[in-house]
Ligand binder design. Structure first.
Ligand code: BTN
Length: 247
């Protein structure tokens, strides 16, 4: 995949911008980055706080040639890419299913994958936010989020973008073969303490279930053991119960 970077100053959302480019026929590998987002979006309809120069706001256009059922693996692959990028800066991250990258139980990066269809075919836009500094975090984020600056890491933004896009390109290749897809699950397992044996609460719409994680399905869905029964979770918010108890 050939990476092409388009830098913008202010945009509503780099994902929205990348979706527009995808619908207009952009090739895969186009990356949109912005210094600021006025309507940054998170998962499940949430807002992604996007103050000027306080985060990396990054979206890449992908055109995967695989069954839609495997699309969730793109998110897992992105989590691995962010994880390895952070490790290269000396951090020790964790990945909370499905796509929150954490440092010391605080969120440092989030991932939002969205799909679109047009005459040019289907596309996936993979949006990644990485907190660069926490100076202007709103009150509600100060306990639950961290940033590279708070973790004592200084970065050169161009270098960060280069590292991250390179990591994404190499992980993304893997989703196109069944051996590669198994490798993504294996790599995710090796990086996440949430893979198995973690006591969690999962919030899915109005429903909340408590259970113990028991690995991932081949498409990246989470297996949860609930009172001895297995539940397969396709979407939801996972909370580490051991941490919330000790707070
Ligand atoms: C989440 O954890 O809820 C996902 C957050 C994703 C944020 C990124 S920032 C770049 C891209 N543009 C957006 O509007 N959202 C994603």
């Amino acid at each position: 995949m050939k990476i092409r970077i388009l830098k913008l100053d202010t945009v509503d959302s780099t994902n929205t911008e990348a979706l527009k480019h995808a619908r207009n026929g952009a090739d895969e590998g186009l990356c949109i980055i912005a210094r600021q987002q006025t309507a940054g979006r998170g998962r499940l309809g949430r807002t992604w706080v996007s103050e000027k120069d306080a985060g990396l706001y990054f979206s890449i256009v992908l055109r995967p040639k695989i069954e839609q059922a495997f699309f969730p693996l793109i998110t897992l692959a992105a989590g691995i890419a962010v994880f390895d990028t952070l490790v290269s800066y000396g951090l020790e991250p964790d990945i909370k299913w499905v796509n929150d990258v954490m440092v010391g139980e605080k969120k440092i990066s989030g991932i939002l994958a969205e799909t679109t269809e047009s005459n040019f075919g289907s596309a996936v836009v993979l949006g990644i936010g990485i907190n660069l500094n926490s100076a202007n975090f709103p009150q509600e984020l100060t306990d639950s989020a961290t940033s590279l600056e708070s973790e004592g890491v200084r970065i050169d933004l161009n270098e960060l973008v280069k590292n991250l896009s390179g990591q994404i390109a190499s992980r993304y290749e893997l989703i196109h073969s069944s051996a590669g897809r198994r490798e993504i699950i294996e790599e995710w397992k090796n990086r996440s303490t949430y893979f198995e044996g973690k006591h969690v609460r999962v919030k899915m719409g109005g429903e909340e279930i408590v259970g113990v994680t028991a690995g991932l399905e081949p498409n990246g869905a989470l297996r949860l053991s609930v009172n001895g029964h297995e539940r397969i979770i396709h979407t939801g918010d996972v909370e580490n119960l051991r941490v919330s108890k000790s707070l």
